[in-house]
Design a protein around this ligand. Sequence first.
Ligand SMILES: *[C@@H]1O[C@H](CO)[C@@H](O)[C@H](O)[C@H]1NC(C)=O
Length: 228
Amino acid sequence: MTFRQTFNILICCVMCVVLNIVALVSSSMDPVIVSRSDWHAKPPKSIEVMANPVPYVVIHHSYLPPACFTTEECIKAMQWMQDLHQINNSWADIGYHFAVGGDGKAYEGRGWSRVGAHAPNYNSISIGICIIGDWRERLPPESQLTAVHQLIEMGVREGKIAEDYKLVGHKQVRDGTACPGEKLYSSIQSWPHFYKVPNPPPPRAQPAVITLKEDNRLKKRTALTGII
Ligand SMILES: *[C@@H]1O[C@H](CO)[C@@H](O)[C@H](O)[C@H]1NC(C)=O
């Protein structure tokens, strides 16, 4: 082996180690969280409390609205989705627990401890994360994916997501959807904790959920549905 070859291999090793350290350090950092008040969310019409830690993480794409790359655009995207879910779909609130923008920030939807409306049977046992954009034919930018990983890691550290969580794409737990888009779906299969849902999926326990209505009456609910 020539000196040059040896040198090139050495440089490759060093680069590889450096990149791994950068990846490790950045995924152990908390993402920038944009709170509901920061994106001017409307109040939820009702709230259902969810027990943590949850065993699943469900990955979505928004398809519409399209990808946003500035915080101003992403705030508009959040407001658009909240209107769609609250007004057009008559749901209590934006369906997702969080959405992540192309600005590399995580936007608070229902947050860690409220039942979502993003995947029937999984709404009360998962954190639903929408990666804003249409990811059928291309992948989100690296910074957007890093924020998703940071958000999941934060959830695990704070006891909101189980340490042995299972990560799935929306289409694995719902028939008739291509969400989170073909390209993104093939990518998440190499993410930590990706779970190949058996076909047919195992029946889901339907935990009783306490509903806190505006009048503060307590009401038991079981079946929770949501379609995106
Ligand atoms: C939501 O409803 C509004 C008003 O009715 C309508 O203009 C809009 O097209 C709807 N949005 C979608 C995505 O269906």
